[in-house]
Ligand binder design. Structure first.
Ligand SMILES: NC(=O)c1ccc[n+]([C@@H]2O[C@H](COP(=O)([O-])OP(=O)(O)OC[C@H]3O[C@@H](n4cnc5c(N)ncnc54)[C@H](O)[C@@H]3O)[C@@H](O)[C@H]2O)c1
Ligand SMILES: O=C(O)CC[C@@H](O)C(=O)O
Length: 526
């Protein structure tokens, strides 16, 4: 049974799936930041919209938190780096409110053009001022869309329905795609120069913060209209204020501001500005959609299933997943096995994929190998979410490589670690119907199930060594379950890999090391 905190108002209908489960759902949408920090340790999952700030200090106190669900798109209220570092998966609901936000954007464009909010307010104040509220038509005007993702695209199609011309800029937009959509493809500068209306639909990130700046306003047409139903901060508010006061911008429609909630903002005192309090996603339909999506992902994660909309981990399509999932366990075991053999700090890890593995989406398998490598020293908090992040933080370079060297196996995965004292490697395969096998350790060929207690012995290939080893283990009541031996050449270096029924004590390992033919003994616990 898990404890789930719902910290922002989230649709009850959408939460049904959580409420119907055996978990304990606590709804507290009035928590102060301090209260959230003080209480978060007792929860396994946290659900938020955009109000609650999930800061690093909240995450640092969230000892049991496994997942943060964002009922909506933007995750700028969640410290993603801190979540990733702590192995907490963040999921969002990217599709459920697209329509709602696009409709709100169109409503804002129309209201701005016809001065509806201003006229409405005057009339409510008993002022019949028809000549003061003459508007402009949108037909044949050019709408500039900055960010042609889910919402930007829906806005573009709707604007075409209003007989507007649309020009869009998005780093992922191609001329072909623009042509297919019946819109004009442009650079950011083209959009600024040609648009009568500019609407922004990018996420708020380092690259997009204040992208609509004083310089950008300078490049725009005189009398341009500006719309922001995406995120406060994409537009530089001081620059917008100056552009409105100077008359460069004829009007602005704002659903979001840098500081929210806001009341007494200087932009709101300008008559050319119309505003709503972050209502883009506030429709019954959108709220239900996002709550259902995020609740389902939270339940999936808590019950060990894969999530649909991870933010801090790449998602894997289900057909790809069914192909690669069988290798997760093998990859983790190879990583763990290898780290036992690696005495020095790993500097570089390369995972080689060959045979059937050479053309698959291997990143999730790589994550499992790295997880296996890091867990021995960093503990069980290393998981799929933070494995690569923690490796990078520890200065370990992770590489993936495809090779044609299959050594006769239909699939072969090799994990190689470089340290200051050299390179060690281990290879494994999935044998049809027989499961996972370790098939190479460095240059030695073996056949070992990657399970249980294993002892890896490097020795000299001399008569009697195997017998001596067996007797010594018997003296310590250690039963040998399986044994594999390989050698470089007759009488040369050799390896013996034993699986035994109990993990040996350190003094037992030391006893083995005392045999003169033996150069190294490593106990591995898989
Ligand atoms: N007002 C609201 O209530 C509300 C509701 C939903 C979403 N949103 C916000 O709307 C925005 C868009 O959401 P979405 O679902 O369409 O996201 P999306 O990820 O589908 O689209 C964002 C697009 O922006 C593009 N982009 C990124 N950097 C860019 C740049 N420098 N210049 C131009 N384009 C760039 C991306 O390539 C992507 O196509 C987000 O900020 C989201 O948080 C607001
Ligand atoms: O929670 C909300 O109402 C806002 C959601 C919206 O800003 C989003 O990014 O999805």
């Amino acid at each position: 049974m898990f404890h789930i905190l719902v910290a922002d108002p989230i649709s009850d209908e959408g939460l049904d799936v959580l409420l119907a489960s055996e978990n304990v759902v606590t709804k507290d949408t009035e928590l102060t930041p301090d209260e959230l920090e003080n209480r978060i340790a007792q929860f396994d999952a946290l659900l938020v919209r955009s109000q609650t700030k999930v800061t690093r200090s909240v995450i640092e106190k969230a000892e049991n938190l496994k997942i943060i669900g964002r009922a909506g798109v933007g995750v700028d209220n969640i410290d993603l780096e801190a979540a990733t570092e702590h192995g907490i998966i963040v999921v969002n609901a990217p599709n459920g409110n697209t329509n709602s936000a696009a409709e709100h954007t169109m409503a804002m464009i129309m209201a701005l053009s016809r001065k509806i909010p201003q006229a409405h307010l005057a009339l409510k104040n008993q002022k019949w001022e028809r000549s003061k509220y003459v508007g402009v038509e949108v037909k044949n005007k050019t709408l500039g869309v900055v960010g042609l993702g889910r919402i930007g695209t829906e806005v573009a199609y709707r604007a075409k329905g209003q007989r507007m011309n649309v020009i869009a800029y998005d780093p992922f937009l191609t001329e072909e795609k623009a042509e297919k959509m019946g819109i004009q493809y442009g650079t950011f500068a083209d959009v600024l120069k040609e648009a009568d209306y500019i609407t922004v639909h990018t996420p708020l990130m380092k690259e997009t913060r204040h992208m609509i700046s004083t310089d950008a306003f300078r490049q725009m047409k005189d009398g341009v209209y500006i719309v922001n139903c995406a995120r406060g901060g994409i537009i530089d508010e001081d620059a917008l204020y100056d552009a409105l006061v100077s008359g460069k911008v004829a009007g602005a429609a704002i659903d979001v501001l840098e500081e929210e909630p806001f009341q007494d903002h200087k932009l709101l005192n300008l008559p050319e500005v119309i505003a709503t309090p972050h209502l883009g996603a506030s429709t019954v339909e959108a709220q239900e959609n996002v709550a259902i999506d995020v609740s389902q992902d939270v339940l999936n994660h808590l019950t060990g299933d894969l999530v649909k909309n991870p933010v801090n981990m790449p998602s894997v399509p289900s057909d790809v997943l069914s192909q690669i999932e069988p290798y997760f366990h093998l990859a983790e075991k190879l990583g763990t096995f290898l780290i036992y053999l690696t005495a020095d700090v790993p500097e570089e890890v390369t995972i080689y994929y060959s045979g059937e593995l050479s053309d698959i989406q291997a990143a999730p398998i790589t994550r499992n190998a790295v997880k296996g490598l890091l867990r021995r020293h960093l503990g069980s908090h290393v998981n799929d979410v933070n494995a690569l992040y923690l490796a990078e933080k520890k200065g370990v370079t992770i590489n993936e490589s495809r090779t044609s060297t299959t050594k006769g196996f239909t699939n072969l995965m090799t994990v190689e670690v470089k340290t200051k004292s050299g390179v060690r490697s281990v290879s494994g395969t999935l044998l049809n119907g027989l499961g996972a096998r370790i098939v190479r350790v460095d240059h030695y060929s073996v056949d070992v199930m990657p399970e249980g207690h294993i002892v890896v012995i490097h020795h000299q290939d001399l008569p009697g060594v195997i017998g001596k080893m067996g007797s010594l283990l018997a003296e310590h009541a250690i039963n040998i379950a399986t044994m594999q031996v390989d050698r470089s050449n007759i009488g040369g270096d050799a390896i013996m890999i034993l699986t035994i029924d109990k993990y040996p004590e350190q003094y037992e390992i030391e006893t083995l090391k005392q045999l003169e033919e033996i150069s190294d003994v490593t106990a591995v616990d898989l």
